[in-house]
Design a binder for this molecule. Structure first.
Ligand code: SER
Length: 325
């Protein structure tokens, strides 16, 4: 067991919910302090209510527990942020700056801050978007991520704080729902399919986006955090890729398990957001620096999602048992 005390901010969110048990296994249940605005429906381990916009409350908690690592996972995502841009900016940036400042002043050793494919905009190449492509994000969420990456690097260079970051693609998971993102369709579609319902998709059928299964996203996060600092050449945020697909391709993969499943398309404002993002990501620097390699592709992810959600919803009749990874 490692001798660290870990703070997770935004522990009830899509990533936090799945990351928490991994951290508890790695560091011991008593060494992980989960926080969010509300208590979770099901609580395991240590949990405290924390509003990370409250710098004093955050500092008090970090001191009281002798926190040595912070995972800052609280954020307003791309689609939700567009409804109230200044609120989204304030929340995303205030929490980030509070985390960086408290880490500097209280001697926190390592900090993880997520960035996103949303940091890229129309002047980045959309195919195999390189690590150092131009960042001109189209959403307030993307602007906050691009700024956040640079703040992270600033704290590394100016104060020697060990800040690490990944540009997550859309993350697909069964543990907790994402909220307010543009890639959420790729999670919602499974919930409908597994319950025997059809799905109305808010993106057009040929909209290709980079995605990743949660298991890979968690492994990437933990591998990056474990990597020797000297190996890390990127201190803004690492490009990270799993696989890319369109809603039509995902539908085909799901129909392998549920042949009657069908999808209709009704693109809304999220279509323009999706079109401003990369279609695929070049993550060769992450592969080189700390050995990143994804394990899941579209079919393996689809199988895992259906198997796990089928258990959640109690339908065992329709999963194709012959699928081989
Ligand atoms: N999944 C996020 C979103 O759709 C992108 O980081 O907003």
């Amino acid at each position: 067991m490692k001798a660290d005390t870990i703070l997770v901010i935004g522990a009830n969110g899509q990533i936090g919910t799945a990351l928490l048990p991994r951290l508890q296994t790695l560091y011991g249940e008593g060494a992980v302090i989960a926080t969010d605005l509300r208590l979770p429906a099901r609580q395991t381990g240590r949990f405290e209510i924390l509003d990370a916009t409250d710098a004093k409350g955050l500092a008090e908690l970090v001191r009281r527990h002798g926190i040595t690592q912070i995972y800052h996972l609280a954020a307003v995502l791309s689609a939700k942020g567009e409804a109230d841009p200044l609120w989204a900016w304030n929340l995303n940036m205030q929490t980030l700056l509070n985390v960086l400042e408290v880490s500097r002043t209280e001697g926190v050793k390592k900090v993880f801050i997520p960035s996103s494919i949303a940091a890229f905009g129309e002047h980045a190449p959309q195919t195999d978007t390189p690590q150092n492509a131009y960042l001109d994000p189209a959403t307030v969420y993307g602007i906050s991520k691009a700024a956040g990456e640079n703040w992270g690097q600033y704290y590394v260079k100016r104060y020697g704080l060990d800040v690490r970051s990944l540009r997550y693609p859309g993350i697909i998971s069964y543990e907790a729902l994402p909220g307010g993102g543009t890639t959420d369709y790729a999670v919602a579609i499974f919930h409908e399919a597994v319950q025997g319902r059809n799905y109305e998709c808010f993106l057009a059928e040929n909209t290709r986006l980079p995605m990743m299964y949660m298991d890979d996203a968690l492994r990437a996060t933990l591998e990056l955090m474990e990597a020797p600092a000297g190996q890390l050449t990127v201190r803004t945020s690492y490009n990270l890729a799993g696989f890319s697909f369109t809603p039509a391709e995902l539908t085909t993969a799901i129909r392998h398990h549920f042949p009657d499943f069908s999808v209709t398309y009704k693109p809304d404002f999220r279509q323009a957001i999706a079109e401003s993002w990369p279609r695929s990501i070049d993550d060769s620097v992450a592969r080189q620096d700390w050995g990143w390699k994804p394990a899941y592709d579209l079919n393996r992810m689809t199988y895992e999602m259906i198997a796990n959600l089928t258990a959640v919803y109690g339908r065992t009749d329709k999963v194709v048992e012959t699928f081989k990874v």
